[in-house]
Design a protein around this ligand. Sequence first.
Ligand SMILES: CCCCCCCCCCCCCCCCCCCC(=O)SCCNC(=O)CCNC(=O)[C@H](O)C(C)(C)COP(=O)(O)OP(=O)(O)OC[C@H]1O[C@@H](n2cnc3c(N)ncnc32)[C@H](O)[C@@H]1OP(=O)(O)O
Ligand SMILES: NC(=O)C1=CN([C@@H]2O[C@H](COP(=O)(O)OP(=O)(O)OC[C@H]3O[C@@H](n4cnc5c(N)ncnc54)[C@H](OP(=O)(O)O)[C@@H]3O)[C@@H](O)[C@H]2O)C=CC1
Length: 631
Amino acid sequence: MCKVMRLFNVFEAPPRARDPRFTSLPEDDFVESFVRLQQSGQTCAMSSIVDYYRGKTILVTGATGFMGKVLVEKLLRACPDVERLYLLVRHKAGQTPTQRINSIVEGKLFDQLRQLQPDFQSKLRPITSDLLEPDLGLSQSDEELLVSKVNIVFHSAAMVKFQEHLKYSLQMNVLATQRLLGLCQKMTSLEAFIHVSTAYAYCNRQFIEEIVYPPRVHPQKLLDCIEWMDDDMVSTITPDLVRDHPNTWMDDDMVSTITPDLVRDHPNTWMDDDMVSTITPDLVRDHPNTYTFSKGIAENLLLEQRGHVPLAIIRPSIVTATWREPLPGWVDNFNGPTGIFIAIGKGILRTMSGDPAAKADIVPVDVPINLMIAAAWNIAVKGHSSLSGLSSRGLEIPINLMIAAAWNIAVKGSGETQIYNCTTGTTNPYTWGQIATKTIDFYLETPLEQPFRIPPKGAQFTLHRWWHEFWVPITHLLPAYISDVLFRAMGKKPRMVRLYDKLHKSLESLDWFTCRGWDWSNTNVMKLQRQLSEEDRKLFYFDVSAIDWDQYMENYLIGAKRYVLKEDVSKIPECRRYIQRVLRIQYVLKFVAVVIAWRVLIARSRRVRNLWFVMIGQLLRLLNALRLGKH
Ligand SMILES: CCCCCCCCCCCCCCCCCCCC(=O)SCCNC(=O)CCNC(=O)[C@H](O)C(C)(C)COP(=O)(O)OP(=O)(O)OC[C@H]1O[C@@H](n2cnc3c(N)ncnc32)[C@H](O)[C@@H]1OP(=O)(O)O
Ligand SMILES: NC(=O)C1=CN([C@@H]2O[C@H](COP(=O)(O)OP(=O)(O)OC[C@H]3O[C@@H](n4cnc5c(N)ncnc54)[C@H](OP(=O)(O)O)[C@@H]3O)[C@@H](O)[C@H]2O)C=CC1
């Protein structure tokens, strides 16, 4: 325990970012020094959270995803006495769950943990599970094992693609959640179920509190319907679904839309894929996409069907690279803003629609992860608000917990569900405009390798969509076509037009988020923060007011270069020289272009010629005057 507490003494200020001891260290030295510093810590305080996790068995879904990896690493590192982590993982790309987990824990993210606990892998148990399958694709013996052993469940797995077919978004984000809840309900020693939602689950509202808003469509009705509807039918009703329907779920329009599909012959299912596609627009309506819509439905389903499962919902906003732990700036995918930053750095992205003054509610991944770990502790140990009252009267855990839980269930039926909006805009705002400027300046100073063009100092980032659309053909498509022609001429495979198609698709899907601003309340997050001991606040930090955004962005942007693009940072001076050379060539070319244009004008227009001679005459007179003045 003391050893664990020592590990975190250095975290009062973000390491590396503010600590001069780290500023000039290369990566490996950094990790080594970091571990050395941790091991030489002085104090040994008590952490209730670390204590709570001692001997616990944990189930994690989505462990192969961005957030899941950070969660697994932090649980093992911060709570070294945790008993076991069962990871529900599916087979993918010819790899078994064990092979997938093995290759993940070999990565940079686990470097520090590997040094601190060389044997940490013995605590990990990958379990084959596809959440889309009935019974989650678990074998009977695995199911029995989980039912009898698991104390805490973290449900992070999801379909995060925005425009995924509604049927699959609902299957993954709602149906799979329902199946997992079913498993939790069978568990004999479950103390907390943490569901990861999104702060945008109700992005059809401008102000979002830490409550679950009622759905227009009853989650179960929706699940029933995707069972009988085929993909096309779901797509058709999606826009209608996501707009506001207060009372009924299918209105007359939606029924009319699917009627032709309905009356044709369907021997097996009642709504086929075509029918689901047809009604999708009606279903999804005032949501930007099927992702946010399905996440909102999942919350409603959990709230309604959770029974006595002790549940908390964490709603992060836009999850970005790590802030402090286990290393600053770690990120491993193109999701959210990362792909956009890389496109800027490569000189590909030069225009985008968005509100430069809007709050960019990004949240570093270690923040929601710490919040999740603390929320599970809170729900298990402190229970609901009524339980905290009891604990303050001096009953000790676990007796306290047992008595309080029994009382709570008897009196209240089931306790409250804690909901946490894990956002930054209210406490520590940072705008898209600031982010854009920082990104461009940073990648001009610290360039990415082989950029397509130089990052655009004068990029268009505008709320006027027509202005962005005006610039797309000039700054994106024209250079893409020219470069593909050159590629072809050199016998290479053209790729820029395809890349721009992908980028434009991505920009379209992000547009909703960059052109608007939201406000989230964070009362529960603040309350939880206050309930933590000082030591726990340091170990499981989620106070975002301490983030220095400019410093954070620098770590993030270098992290994107290093961990997503796998570029070698020692080549930065070379990249810088290259950028400077290209900039010089650009200046020369611009100068030559102006001279040629002027020369052509002089040749063609008498007026311009006269003006030119007048200017030359004035210049000579000035030089003469200067010379005489000297004598
Ligand atoms: C000019 C000045 C500009 C100033 C800019 C200022 C900064 C602005 C930043 C704005 C960011 C705004 C972010 C808002 C996010 C809101 C978050 C809502 C909260 C959440 O919970 S989000 C959960 C996270 N989910 C996502 O981020 C999903 C987004 N992605 C998608 O929906 C899809 O991937 C996409 C982009 C629509 C493409 O779909 P599809 O065609 O089906 O392709 P794949 O997904 O299979 O991907 C194929 C391939 O492309 C790679 N990829 C994906 N996105 C990008 C990208 N942006 N750039 C480059 N490459 C990308 C992906 O990794 C796949 O690669 P493979 O190697 O696996 O094939
Ligand atoms: N990233 C963000 O900006 C935000 C994310 N969130 C939420 O956080 C959670 C985690 O997101 P993030 O880590 O970014 O997402 P990722 O896409 O990185 O990870 C998704 C995870 O879900 C797993 N998964 C998907 N389908 C299945 C399936 N059928 N069976 C088993 N596992 C499956 C994936 O496994 P596999 O590797 O096999 O595909 C992967 O581990 C999600 O619930 C998301 O909604 C909320 C707000 C913002």
